[in-house]
Design a protein around this ligand. Structure first.
Ligand code: TRP
Length: 486
């Protein structure tokens, strides 16, 4: 069968890298990574997070981009086409639907957090962060959240900006904004790390991030690390797959995936190095939760020379980083409506925007009026985060790995990834055995079905991977004769 012709392609060779990095680098790196690292106790969590990026995130990212480029379309269409070409049941496209839904659900709470960053850019300017203590800043943060008009107004602003850019089209709207934003963000982070170095808390901050305590290696923390690895790389949610579908043939998927993952990880670690020293130097609690960066960094800005200017720039950068991520979350839905139902991009953006605004305003109310409205025992805001990071993304990742590792004809991934034989074998090993076993164990533990903590008994994981390897290698040629050639 002939391959689908690409309709949209990135404007330049760097288009995908810029856009995928823009998607990957966002609030996940600057806001979520520091606060969950704080909650899970530091170094042990960082170690598990790095392991998840390397062992699961990068192989899954390569798989997603390859499927996107091969199928040239929104997650649902791309998976359908790849399955039609390469074998596998048409029902696999449900993975695409789940991914799109996950991206959309994430966006519903993401715009609220992005709204914080926008609001703080403004607050830096108008002096309302001039409170000189951590307590004062905590009060500012609480007061901001208690007021549904302020919180909602900023969320709506972010949602509208996102929809406007997506409506115009990613290549025009997104690619250009990314060019100067990424270097700018890197410079700002380096300045902050430089300040943190002189803050008097650098040793403790550094030790908190990089020295670990084996008792903190728990299955619960591993689940969080795994979910965060998916979140921070924008995986299993349609974003990377859809952006991948705009990559020209012939560009290296492997090199690009590593580049995006490395930049993303560096930004998260730099954010940690900027934030934790300031927290320790000011006697704050690293496990303060979602408000962590909003209560610590403004304090640092007040104390440094030209602090207001740096503060405005910093929060503006975070806002833009959040915006470029937000765009990627809804891109899959807009691409799908546009391609499948012939709706123009603008109309698709308006239609999905109406749903987005409704749900995100409900999520925003979790911080004030709706604090008592519970879904799965938590507020709507937390439920959206929890369901997507803990369940939908890891599940999507496992399914995508199984699709590529077991169901598609071998040559499809071989063509797309274009790796040397040893590299290909390693990728295949990761997606066929390591990713499924690790993700499954973490899941079973979270459901309470495992009865033990997989990390305290790591030999179960090793044994599981070993067993699956033996079984898989023995059965694969029999069950799936088309695969015998790998
Ligand atoms: N990776 C982004 C961040 O770290 C968030 C993000 C963008 C995302 N697109 C996504 C998360 C799609 C999940 C799904 O902030």
């Amino acid at each position: 069968m002939t391959r689908e012709k690409p309709k949209n392609l990135w404007l330049s060779r760097w288009g995908f890298v810029l856009a995928a990095t823009g998607s990957a680098v966002g609030l996940g790196n600057i806001w979520k990574f520091p606060y969950i690292t704080g909650e899970y106790g530091g170094g042990a969590f960082v170690l598990m997070y790095l392991a998840c990026i390397l062992a699961i995130g990068i192989p899954v990212m390569m798989t997603e981009i390859a499927i996107g480029r091969r199928g040239r379309g929104s997650p649902i269409d791309a998976i359908s086409r790849v399955v039609r070409e390469g074998g596998g049941h048409p029902a696999w496209k449900a993975v695409g639907s789940m991914a799109m839904l996950a991206g959309f659900m994430i966006l519903c709470f993401y715009v609220v957090v992005a709204g914080w960053a926008f609001a703080y850019t403004w607050k830096m300017l108008d002096g309302s962060l001039a409170a000189s203590s951590v307590e004062g800043l905590a009060q500012v943060f609480e007061a901001h959240n208690a007021n549904p008009w302020a919180l909602g107004g900023w969320s709506v602003l972010v949602a509208l900006l996102t929809l406007w850019i997506v409506g115009k089209g990613v290549q025009a709207g997104v690619e250009r904004a990314f060019r100067w934003m990424m270097p700018g963000l890197a410079v700002m982070l380096l300045i902050l790390v430089g300040y943190a170095f002189t803050s008097g808390g650098f040793d403790r901050g550094f030790a908190f991030l990089f020295s670990f305590d084996t008792s903190k290696l728990t299955g619960e923390a591993l689940l969080a690390a795994l979910g965060h690895a998916f979140f921070t790389l924008s995986l299993a949610s349609g974003a990377i797959l859809t952006y991948g579908s705009y990559i020209p043939d012939g560009q290296s998927i492997v090199r690009t995936s590593f580049m995006v993952a490395i930049i993303d990880t560096c930004v998260a670690l730099l954010a940690g190095l900027a934030i934790f020293p300031i927290i320790f130097a000011n006697g704050m609690d690293p496990s303060a939760g979602p408000g962590l960066i909003f209560m610590s960094l403004p304090l640092a800005f007040q104390q440094m020379p030209f602090g207001t200017a740096f503060g405005v720039l910093f929060f503006a950068m975070v806002s833009i980083a959040a915006l470029t991520s937000a765009i990627s979350m809804i891109e899959a839905t807009v691409a799908y409506l546009n391609e499948k139902h012939g709706v123009s991009r603008t109309k698709a953006a308006i239609g999905s925007g109406a749903v987005l605004l409704t749900i995100s305003l409900l999520a925003m109310l979790s911080f004030n009026v709706g604090a008592d409205w519970k879904l799965f025992g938590t507020t709507l805001f937390d439920a959206l985060d929890y369901l997507t990071s803990r369940w939908m993304m890891p599940l999507g990742g496992i399914l995508m790995s199984v699709l590529a590792g077991y169901c598609l004809r071998a040559e499809i991934m071989r063509d797309e990834l274009d790796l040397p034989p040893l590299g290909h074998a390693l990728w295949l090993y990761m997606v066929s055995y390591v990713c499924p076993v690790l993700i499954l164990m973490v899941f079973l533990h979270a459901l309470g079905w495992l009865g033990f903590d997989p990390l305290q008994r790591w030999y179960w994981i090793a044994g599981g991977i070993g067993l699956l390897t033996v079984l898989g290698e023995a059965l694969r040629p029999r069950v799936m004769p088309a695969l015998a050639d790998r």
